[in-house]
Design a binder for this molecule. Structure first.
Ligand SMILES: Nc1ncnc2c1ncn2[C@@H]1O[C@H](COP(=O)(O)OP(=O)(O)OP(=O)(O)O)[C@@H](O)[C@H]1O
Ligand SMILES: [Mg+2]
Length: 576
């Protein structure tokens, strides 16, 4: 990166100068160029003394030295030249600028003290949160590409990933992927605002960078196989076609297919993997009552990890005649088990009939041909990305049950890996990102306390597991989870509550609210939160052939397993 101090104003002329304001009330900047050259959300730079300030334009206001000059259409009455002069003196536009960051630039280059200062500060200082204000009349200019790279990083097609461009001058704005995955993050926007497209690009960046593993719960079959855009009817490449064996396409149940692409494997879940906890979180979906928890814990206590299949084998309401000719519960009935286990027979029977819906799922099997859930976890541990497609099992029950089962296993595994790494001072586990679409189904106020997902959002970052949640209705996600999201990227949102939810827990909400409400559908997003140095609205990167050319270069063909093994230093045959 070039020396921050060597940049001159000439590269990018001032657009105005500071005339008032403060840290709380934002800065007032008198505009010296036509107002149409600046937009709300513009990223501006203010140099004052040894400090460089970075801020965002949050509003533009028309002003006049006296209201009469604004009210009268003097251009109709006076000759054009004179009217121009009068307007220049009396009418103006003020920018409202929210200062966000500042950086110590040291003395002017070439001055007596500069050399000594530079020796003491060989590296450019890092930006810090603003704690002071620029002086009166400090010049203000639009940020250029170098300013933006200084704050957001310079694209390296590895860790620093371009997500879009500034709206005025089209300078690239990047996201630090390593930082992104250190906390949970979210992509929001109304339907059709480009969430899935953006998520696909960020996931491509993560897969290409290679330092994380990703597990994508693909509800609508959008991420793995190639598809067709419903809006433009153009082909939309999926991640499998581009990354080959680095990505495993997993279909839930034997019937899930990916069109022409074969599934890498079929996920069937052993019934012995299901715990009472997994059933309890379906309480709302299955309409379970309070007694269900007691019955479930008795089942687990009595029948061990085979409780689910044993319970499925019991007949509901089966009776037989005893020696005295009386009708009593048959030995293989639910009531018979309940009586001898000391639980209420009616409650057990009610639970058994409500669990019928789960027991009929054909992806829940007594014994799996593959290693089931473990196979997914092993892949992730080895840095292979997994896209789990739900195929025709697309109702909420399937989504809740499977995502929770798998994620619970992941939590246990990553916790163990992290604890082992403390003990043996070994390698830390690979960061894992779990991607969930329609996240409010798993993270709404009612569910959040029960599903594993809120635990992940709140505390799993210590164990290197974070979420990437994608949702149209952020207001329906439990606020405690929303406020934990490190990075938030939001497309246009219509609803006030959704806008407030995206901004929850962040400073400068009032200023950002307007920016979020005015984003262009499909083309613009606002990036904000802990994971980005400062909030910024951008034109989102386009997902097209050029994107793939930039990410993968000429490596047009996906890698085969043999190629990956070779690049990792393992000998492998070329048979695949
Ligand atoms: N970055 C982009 N590059 C190219 N086209 C885009 C981009 N973002 C959005 N689009 C266009 O907008 C359409 C909708 O985008 P997308 O499917 O990502 O919406 P969504 O927010 O995921 O909607 P939903 O909530 O309904 O799933 C796409 O089919 C595409 O035509
Ligand atoms: Mg979508």
């Amino acid at each position: 990166m070039t020396d921050l101090n060597m940049q001159t104003f000439e590269q990018n002329k001032p657009i105005g100068y500071v005339v008032g304001g403060g840290l709380e009330a934002n800065l007032q900047v008198r505009l010296t160029v036509p107002p149409q050259e600046v937009q709300e959300g513009a990223f501006v730079v203010i140099d004052s003394g040894t400090w460089r300030f970075y801020g965002l334009v949050t509003d533009l206001q028309l002003g006049s030295t006296d209201p009469r000059f604004a009210d009268e259409q003097s251009e109709l009455r006076l000759p054009a030249g004179l009217a121009g002069l009068l307007h220049g003196q009396t009418l103006f536009t003020n920018l409202n600028v929210m200062p966000v960051l500042m950086i110590d630039r040291g003395p002017e280059p070439g001055s007596l003290t500069y050399e000594a200062w530079r020796r003491e500060h060989p590296e450019n200082a890092a930006p810090v949160t603003v704690k002071t204000v620029p002086s009166h009349h400090a010049p203000v200019r639009l940020a250029d590409a170098e300013d933006i790279a200084q704050i957001f990083g310079e694209e390296d097609n590895h860790n620093i990933f371009c997500v879009g461009h500034t709206r005025e001058q089209g300078h690239p704005v990047c996201l630090n992927l390593e930082k992104l995955v250190q906390r949970s993050s979210g992509i929001f926007g109304t339907t059709g605002s480009g969430k899935s497209f953006l998520a696909r690009m960020i996931l491509a960046g993560l897969i290409h960078a290679g330092h994380t593993a990703t597990l994508i719960f693909d509800m609508h079959n959008e991420y793995g196989p190639d598809s067709i855009s419903s809006d433009t009817s153009q082909a939309v490449p999926g991640l499998k076609g581009k990354f080959g064996a680095q990505v495993r396409l997993v279909g839930l149940g034997a019937k899930t297919s990916f069109g022409k692409l074969p599934a890498d494997f079929t996920l069937e879940i052993a019934q012995s993997d299901i715990t009472s906890e997994d059933i309890l979180l379906l309480s709302e979906e299955l309409n379970l009552n309070e007694t269900a928890a007691t019955v479930l814990s008795a089942l687990e206590r009595d029948l061990g990890d085979q409780w689910f299949s044993a319970f499925a084998d019991m007949r509901n309401g089966a009776m037989e005649q005893n020696e005295d000719g009386k009708l009593v519960p048959a030995p293989d009935s639910v009531a018979f088990w309940a009586n001898q286990a000391g639980v209420n027979a009616k409650s057990a029977e009610a639970l058994r009939s409500k669990l019928d819906r789960v027991m009929r799922k054909d992806y829940l099997v007594r014994s799996t041909a593959t290693r089931g859930l473990q196979e997914v976890i092993d892949s992730l541990e080895n840095g292979i990305h997994v896209i789990l497609s739900f195929g025709e099992y697309s109702n909420d029950l399937d989504y809740l049950l499977v995502t929770n089962l798998l994620t619970r296993k992941i939590r246990d595994r990553w916790k163990k890996l992290t604890e082992d790494s403390y003990k043996d001072k070994g390698k830390q586990p690979r960061p894992l990102v779990v991607v969930v679409e329609e996240a409010h189904k798993l993270l709404n106020r009612g569910m959040a306390s029960q599903t594993i997902f809120s635990t992940i959002a709140r505390e799993m970052r210590k164990y290197y597991v974070t979420l990437l949640i994608i949702d149209q209705r952020p207001s329906q996600i439990y606020d405690e989870v929303m406020s934990q999201l490190g990075t938030r990227i939001s497309g246009s949102l219509g609803d006030e509550d959704d806008i407030n939810a995206v901004l929850s827990g962040l400073p400068g909400r009032a200023a950002l609210r307007g920016m979020l409400a005015k984003l262009q559908p499909k083309e613009e997003v606002l990036m904000l939160g802990w994971g980005v140095p400062m909030p910024i609205p951008i034109r989102s990167r386009r997902y097209d052939a050029r994107f793939w050319q930039q990410v993968l270069g000429n490596q047009a063909q996906p890698k085969t397993i043999a190629e990956i093994n070779r690049s990792l230093g393992f000998e492998a045959d070329d048979s695949d």
